[in-house]
Design a protein around this ligand. Sequence first.
Ligand SMILES: NC(=O)c1ccc[n+]([C@@H]2O[C@H](COP(=O)([O-])OP(=O)(O)OC[C@H]3O[C@@H](n4cnc5c(N)ncnc54)[C@H](OP(=O)(O)O)[C@@H]3O)[C@@H](O)[C@H]2O)c1
Length: 221
Amino acid sequence: MRIGIVGAGRIGSGIARQLADAGHQIMVSFSRDPERLEKLAAELGPSHTTGSPADAAAFGEVVVVSVPWDELPGVLERIGPLLRGRIVIDTTNQFGGPPLPSPGETAAHFNAGRLPGARYTKSFNTLTAAFQAQAAGRTGAERVVQWLCGDDPDAKATVAALIEDAGFVPVDLGGTADCAVMEAPRREGAVYGEEYRLADARRVVDAVRAGRPIPPTPRYA
Ligand SMILES: NC(=O)c1ccc[n+]([C@@H]2O[C@H](COP(=O)([O-])OP(=O)(O)OC[C@H]3O[C@@H](n4cnc5c(N)ncnc54)[C@H](OP(=O)(O)O)[C@@H]3O)[C@@H](O)[C@H]2O)c1
């Protein structure tokens, strides 16, 4: 697939590398240093390119938005309309200033509302960039979970396949209103910041769907 990356920093460049390795075509964008973007695209390989955020939004069948929270208003103003009809993967966490979600509202629900017409999903946001780079591609029962939420089932199915391609196991927590446990900050009773594998993740999904507290955080050897 054609993947546009808006914000090719620690998380965005990691996703770019994983999906390029899996055979997807990548355009990276949104750096204050164009040379850094060119270097990254060259490392990805000859069929990968750089562009402006608008170019990446127009290029991508799927567009990864991976910028600091405080950069989101400017990014959405520049490319929001171009994301109508596009599958979006939002990796952001709400570390920053206003505008912020209302009390009790998830950041995913808030951001989906800021992207009218986009086929919004949230994923790749719960684990550090360094851990994601190190853990991608594990096999069998040790494969690491990337949580996923969104209100468009077909968009989530596409993103779940990309998560597999990136070397993780996708686990769908539900809609954007249901995903508080995958959002910052790291805390008791949430999956944010924690490694999960599939068997334990399924127990979390069961608890979230039943409206129960999730089981204690698993610890892996
Ligand atoms: N880092 C993590 O471990 C982690 C984990 C999960 C989720 N997240 C979330 O994912 C999102 C991206 O995080 P990240 O750690 O990948 O960020 P990052 O490394 O700081 O990268 C941010 C990207 O935005 C670009 N950018 C352009 N203008 C900018 C500006 N004025 N200020 C700051 N950056 C600007 C940066 O390019 P240049 O720096 O080249 O200009 C870079 O490509 C954030 O919302 C974060 O909360 C991060």
